[in-house]
Every structure is written in structure tokens, then in C-alpha cells.
Design a binder for this molecule. Structure first.
Ligand code: GLA
Length: 725
């Protein structure tokens, strides 16, 4: 059993193969947190709550008058505002009397097999009930009657626990939810480094690592998306943690809008982490009889290092987050016209793309931005989702027919949450974009954001998409989102509900993505937000792959892909070979092979030699697909630690195959290079396919491959393919 409740000690024990998580019902029905870390068998853990305590400034609780207990210092399972705990609050409501004092205490609990989905929100799922167990703890604020259910699902074989919170209003009076985090974790001590993935457009998800310090450290977004700038991921790792060694607590929020991760180190050197919807700009009115669900948070613990934490996220997301036809099926090899043509294309140009693509063995043509309305640049037509006949002379169906006749699938680009001021739809409905009465509307990329919190508005947009998709043979959609949200108000909601608009917006987006994937279950949906501005688990619930970055330079891509791999699997990272300036096609291919591979260039501009090279690359794509998509990733040398070269390795589950990639970012001064591989079978003999050399797994992992004489100039790269004999 993954979840056990001990009646004698009132302890809940949540066990996975890599972790134990313990909390209990304490005096006064407080929920006290005891332990999260490597597996322990004990159920008597009562000593673990004790903390230093100084009576004058640490309030006593009238309902738990036992020595040394104060809500100010005791580790609490789900902290609340204003009733004696001065540290970070996970939850606060403003009640009908206008005060925010909130104090949740245990009422009851239930344990069941499997996992429920969260209404309207993306969340992890079980394929079979036996994969996970769920614990629901009902808590109540006695004074206001507010009820909150803390929901924990334990994926025992994945080393993961998911958490979310359901709030109900069973009273006669409305209240506001002011703060609702999805998880709260108290850890003794602060001897940890905090990891984060920061960045910006074309430089997403670089790794940051810094020691925790007293006070609050945060990672947040208030852009209306998870953002290029900060990812809803963090990990607390022991100071000596490396890829292969050390304690790692990984946290990720299944949410695509404003999020907040705070870690507070208090005066007694305890650390508290809370993660959830960013409270800034959020306020939700809960009327009598209504309920509200927080997004889901994922926690993973391992004492086997940062690399293992990543692989645990990868396994969990591949099996229990990504869904639908393309979850495990081989994705079609695509060519996208964006970097090749921008918006300057027509029927003949795309047909020419398709002919070349067919010739090179590519399986799908994706028509990017510029096929609709009067779209010749980024200044018009978003929202006018009807075909630009002046570009596509035989219409969309005429184009698709020709592409299909060549044996290629066809994909199309949409940006469904956006509207251009210069568009028919905007002229007809100028109030459909997000705006605040009396204020200028900020414009970005010459576009406004459609108010997706309004059902009739998103229904209208979806009906246009539906028409295109149901009348044509389309296999793939790229869903883009090219700016962030400003002047976030809703023309239809009353003033007391304006604090809900950010969240209602993303719920609207999720609703349309849900309809899209239900109505067209065969579709391969690829999310995108100016590259990787919405690369988060919320989006992965709807789309099995996300365009990782608009930066397709293979050297720049290295930090982006290494950072992204901290918690997202290779199969989710869209990665294309482009005509970008730096590096050879060889290196572009070697880097793009890491993800869901494709091309992003104008094949008319390729030389015959380059086309021949691409034909060979296509063969490699097929050859290595399984080990990359279904194998396990080992980061051997990362760009965050080495400014000259990087290396990574995929190993098949049965350890019979491994693919190693080495890329020189810059030519190193010293050229001695031994590369130790990982996760091979020490007993097996592996043959290096290119040279026929044979080595034991033990040799390869302990002595390492001597790669001193391999190419090491700027931008050089190579693959090493190993097969067990
Ligand atoms: C974004 C995407 C690109 C491309 C353009 C089209 O920037 O990330 O891949 O689709 O929009 O406008």
C-alpha cells in the first residue's frame, strides 16, 4: 500500500520506491508535517515536529496547549494566514466580515485506488487504478465554515506524489480565495541549493543554481503564461548534489498561467516551499455552494542526483501526463516552412516544398503563419481564420490534396488566443480583446489578446478552427501564443470577479484545447509560444510536443535543450534542423535529434549535396528514434559546467543500445578527452558501430572512451552508437 494511516499515532505515511512522506493529525486537529525524504520504515516519528520555541513571540494555540507547540515554528502541512503561523501562507480566504484570518484543521479523510482528474484543469492520470493511490483530507475553518480538501496521489513506482486542493463553500455567505497554493512542504534546515529555469525569448530555460538564504526566494510569472522567463519548476538539492549523487526534491506545477514558487528560510533555519497560482492579481469569489480546484503540483524525491530526478520526471510525464494517439506512437518527420519563407509563400511554393520533402523522405509538411485573412506580415488578420485565396489559389483543400497525393501528411498553424487590430473580427467585435476601460491597450507584435474568459468569444474562434479542421485532411496543428497578457479585465464580469480573469483565461484555453483534442483525436498538437514560452506540464496534457525555442542555432540550442531536459522528456521537445548560420548540417542534425525531430528551411535553397546529406539524416532519424524517444537520458557534460563541449547519452531500457552525442561549442585548448559513459551493463560487451571497436560496459563507464582524436573544432560534433553483442 502506498498510503497508510496509523490510527494509534494518527500518522499518514505516503511511500514510493524512492521516498517517504509523513504527516499527521496533531493536538487540536492541526495537520503537522513530519518528514519528506528517502524511504524510512518507522511510524513513530513524533519527535520530528519539535523546533526551537520562544514563548514571547511565538503564539500558543489555545486548542493545542502542549509545551513547545506553536503554529509559528511547527512544520505545518498546509499553512494558513493570520492564526499564528507567520511564515509563508499556502492558503488564505477573505471572509464575509472582510478579514483574512484562516485556520484549517483536520475533519476526516479517505483513501482510494487510482486518481480523479481535476475539473477543467490538466492533471496527471493513471492508466490503471493500481498505478496510484489517492488520499483526500477534508479540513475546515471552524469560524467561517470554509472547507478545503487536500488531495495527494502517490505514484509508488514513479517516486512521485501529486497534490492539489479543492475548496468548497458550504456556508450561506460568499468569501474570496486570496491565496491558494497547490502544495506546501516544510523541510528542516536550509542546506540546499535551489534550481530554477530562467530565460527569455530565444534563450529559454537556462539553469540557475544558488544556495538558499534566510528570507524568501521566489520564481514567478505574472505574464498570463508560464513564460520564457521562468518555468514553473524548481528543485531543492543538497549542496553537493551532482547529476549522479545527492538529495533532490523536484517540484513542477501543472499550470500554464501566473504561477508562484516561494521558499522561505525562517529564523530557525527551517525551509518552507509553497507553489501554486501566483496570488498577485488573483482573487476568486466563491459563492455558497460553489467549489474551486487549485492546479496540480508534482513532487519527486530521489537521493540519486539531479540526473535521476530528471529521468523520474521523464518517465512520469511520458506515462501519466502526455495522452492520446501520439503518446507513444512514432511522430511523423516534418518540415515547417516558417524559417524558410516567413509569410511569403503561395500554393506553388508549398507544393515545391512537398516535392523536395517527399524526395528526402520527410513525412509531413507544416504550413506555418500567413495562410489566412490578408496576412503578409505580423500586422494583420489574427482571428480571421479563413483561407487567404490570393496565396492558396486552389484553396486549402486543393493544396492538401496535392501534398497528400505525394504521400505526405499536412499540418497547419493557428494562434487562437490572439486578434490583430487590423482584422475583420476585430472590426466587428472591438470589445473581444482583453482591455481595461479608460486605459490604452498595450500592443505587442501588433496584436491583442482575445478574452478567453468569455465563453461566446472562444466558442466563436473555435467554430472557425473547427470548420478548417473538419473540412480538410489535417494531421497536425501548431498552436501558437505570441505575446503576454496586459490590461487583464473582463468586460462581462462584475467588479468583484475581476481578480479571476487570469485564471479564467487559462481555463478557457484549456477548454478549447480539450475540445480540439476530443473532436480531432488523430491530430498531433504541437504547442508553441514564440518558441518555448509555454513549455509546461499543463500544455503537455494536451500536446505531446512543444516547440522548444525559436532559436534553432544548434550551439545556442544546447543550453535550451539541456535546461528543458531538467524535467521534460526528449519526446516533448520540438527540435528542427534549420538553415541557421552557425555550424554544419551534421551538427544541426545531431542537436535536433535530441527532441521531436524535423526541418525548418527552404529546400529550394539546398544544394544537391545538402539534399543528399539530409536523405542520410532521415535514415539516422529512423534508426535512432526508439533509443531517443523511449530510452533514458544521461547528461554527461552540460553547458552549465563546461564552456567548451557538451555530451549526452540515451540508453535503451534493456541497456543493449546507447547513443552518445558530443558537441564542441568552442575548440578547447587542451585536447585530451576521455568520456565516461553511464548506465551501461558492466558485464556486456558493446560494439561501437562506426569503428567496430569492442569494449565492456565496465570499461566504457570506468576508463571511458578516449575521444582525444575526434574532431574538436568550433561547432564540430559526432555521434557514437553502441550495440551490445
Ligand atoms: C512564433 C513561433 C514561430 C512561428 C512564428 C509565426 O514566433 O514560435 O515558430 O510559428 O510565431 O508567426
Amino acid at each position: 500500500m502506498a498510503i497508510n494511516f496509523c490510527k494509534e499515532s494518527n500518522i499518514f505515511k505516503l511511500d514510493t520506491y524512492s521516498s517517504t512522506y509523513i504527516f499527521g493529525i496533531f493536538e487540536g486537529n492541526y495537520l503537522v508535517h513530519y518528514y519528506y525524504g528517502a524511504p524510512i520504515p518507522d511510524t513513530d516519528v513524533s519527535a520530528l515536529w519539535l523546533r526551537p520555541w520562544f514563548a514571547s513571540f511565538c503564539p500558543d494555540s489555545p486548542s493545542a496547549r502542549i509545551p513547545n507547540f506553536s503554529p509559528d515554528v511547527t512544520p505545518l502541512e498546509y499553512s494558513t494566514f493570520g492564526a499564528g503561523d507567520f511564515r509563508l501562507s499556502a492558503f488564505a480566504v477573505e471572509n464575509s466580515e472582510g478579514n483574512k484570518v484562516t485556520d484549517l484543521r483536520y475533519i476526516s479523510h479517505k483513501i482510494y485506488d487510482g486518481k480523479k482528474s481535476l475539473p477543467g484543469l490538466p492533471s496527471l492520470y493513471t492508466n490503471e487504478d493500481s498505478e496510484a493511490q489517492t488520499l483526500e483530507i477534508l479540513t475546515e475553518d471552524k469560524v467561517t465554515g470554509v472547507k478545503a480538501t487536500l488531495i495527494y496521489t502517490v505514484f509508488e513506482k514513479k517516486g512521485a506524489i501529486t497534490r492539489s486542493v479543492k475548496v468548497e463553500n458550504p456556508t450561506e455567505k460568499p468569501f474570496y480565495i486570496d491565496t491558494i497554493h497547490s502544495l506546501c512542504v516544510d523541510l528542516p534546515g536550509y542546506d540546499y541549493d535551489m534550481l530554477g529555469l530562467y530565460g527569455r525569448w530565444v534563450k529559454e530555460r537556462s539553469l540557475d543554481r544558488y544556495p538558499l538564504h534566510h528570507g524568501i526566494q521566489s520564481i514567478k510569472s505574472k505574464r498570463g503564461s508560464s513564460s520564457h522567463n521562468h518555468n514553473p519548476f524548481t528543485a531543492l538539492v543538497s549542496k553537493n548534489a551532482t547529476e549522479d549523487y545527492g538529495d533532490c526534491y523536484g517540484f513542477n506545477l501543472v499550470y500554464s498561467s501566473n504561477f508562484s514558487i516561494d521558499v522561505e528560510v525562517d529564523g530557525f533555519a527551517s525551509s518552507r516551499l509553497v507553489m501554486g497560482i501566483n496570488p498577485e492579481g488573483f482573487k476568486w469569489l466563491l459563492n455558497p455552494g460553489e467549489e474551486f480546484y487549485s492546479p496540480e503540483a508534482v513532487m519527486i524525491y530521489t537521493n540519486k542526483g539531479i540526473g535521476e530526478m530528471s529521468r523520474m520526471f521523464h518517465r512520469l510525464y511520458s506515462d501519466n501526463l502526455v495522452r492520446g494517439k501520439w503518446k507513444k506512437a512514432k511522430r511523423p518527420l516534418l518540415i515547417n516552412n516558417w524559417e524558410g519563407t516567413g509569410m511569403s509563400f503561395d500554393h506553388d511554393k508549398l507544393v515545391s516544398f512537398a516535392h523536395h520533402a517527399k524526395d528526402m523522405g520527410i513525412e509531413m509538411l507544416v504550413m506555418d503563419d500567413g495562410w489566412f485573412g490578408k496576412r503578409d506580415d505580423d500586422k494583420s488578420s489574427l482571428g480571421d481564420w479563413f483561407v487567404a485565396d490570393y496565396k492558396l489559389k486552389y484553396g486549402l483543400s486543393g493544396l492538401i490534396k496535392e501534398v497528400n497525393a505525394l504521400g505526405l501528411k499536412f499540418g497547419i498553424w493557428f494562434e487562437p488566443e490572439m486578434i490583430s487590430p487590423d482584422s475583420e473580427i476585430y472590426r466587428a467585435h472591438p470589445d473581444w480583446c482583453l482591455h481595461t476601460e479608460g486605459r490604452d491597450k498595450s500592443i505587442a507584435r501588433t496584436q491583442y489578446v482575445i478574452d478567453y474568459s468569455r465563453k461566446e468569444v472562444r466558442d466563436h474562434i473555435y467554430s472557425m478552427m473547427y470548420k478548417i479542421l473538419s473540412e480538410n485532411n489535417i494531421d497536425y496543428v501548431k498552436w501558437d501564443f505570441n505575446r503576454n497578457l496586459t490590461e487583464v479585465s473582463c468586460a462581462e464580469l462584475p467588479k468583484e470577479r475581476q481578480g479571476e480573469v487570469f485564471h479564467r483565461f487559462v481555463l478557457g484555453t484549456y477548454e478549447i484545447m480539450d475540445r480540439l483534442t476530443r473532436d480531432f483525436p488523430h491530430l498531433l498538437l504541437e504547442n508553441c509560444s514564440g518558441g518555448g514560452g509555454r513549455f509546461d506540464p499543463g500544455m503537455l496534457y494536451y500536446s505531446p510536443q512543444i516547440w522548444t525555442s525559436d532559436n534553432t542555432d544548434p550551439i545556442e540550442r544546447l543550453t535550451i535543450q539541456f535546461g528543458t531536459s531538467l524535467c521534460y522528456p526528449a519526446s516533448t521537445m520540438g527540435a528542427h534542423v534549420s538553415a541557421s548560420r552557425r555550424a554544419s548540417y551534421e551538427t544541426k542534425k545531431n542537436v535536433a535529434l535530441w527532441g521531436s525531430f524535423g526541418y525548418e528551411l527552404d529546400p529550394d535553397k539546398l544544394t544537391e549535396e545538402e539534399k543528399a546529406e539530409i536523405k542520410e539524416q532521415v535514415k539516422e532519424y529512423h534508426k535512432y528514434y526508439d533509443v531517443i524517444h523511449y530510452g533514458e537520458l544521461y547528461r554527461l557534460i552540460t553547458p552549465f559546467e563546461n564552456e567548451f563541449k557538451v555530451a549526452w547519452e540515451f540508453v535503451s531500457e534493456d541497456k543493449k543500445e546507447a547513443l552518445v552525442t558530443v558537441v564542441n561549442m568552442r575548440q578547447p585548448y587542451d585536447s585530451l578527452f576521455f568520456l565516461k559513459l553511464k548506465a551501461l551493463d558492466p558485464e556486456k560487451i558493446y560494439e561501437i558501430e562506426e569503428t567496430g571497436e569492442e569494449y565492456s560496459g565496465a570499461y566504457l563507464m570506468n576508463a571511458g572512451l578516449n575521444l582525444t582524436h575526434k574532431p574538436n573544432g568550433d561547432g564540430a560534433s559526432y555521434l557514437i552508437h553502441l550495440l551490445a553483442k
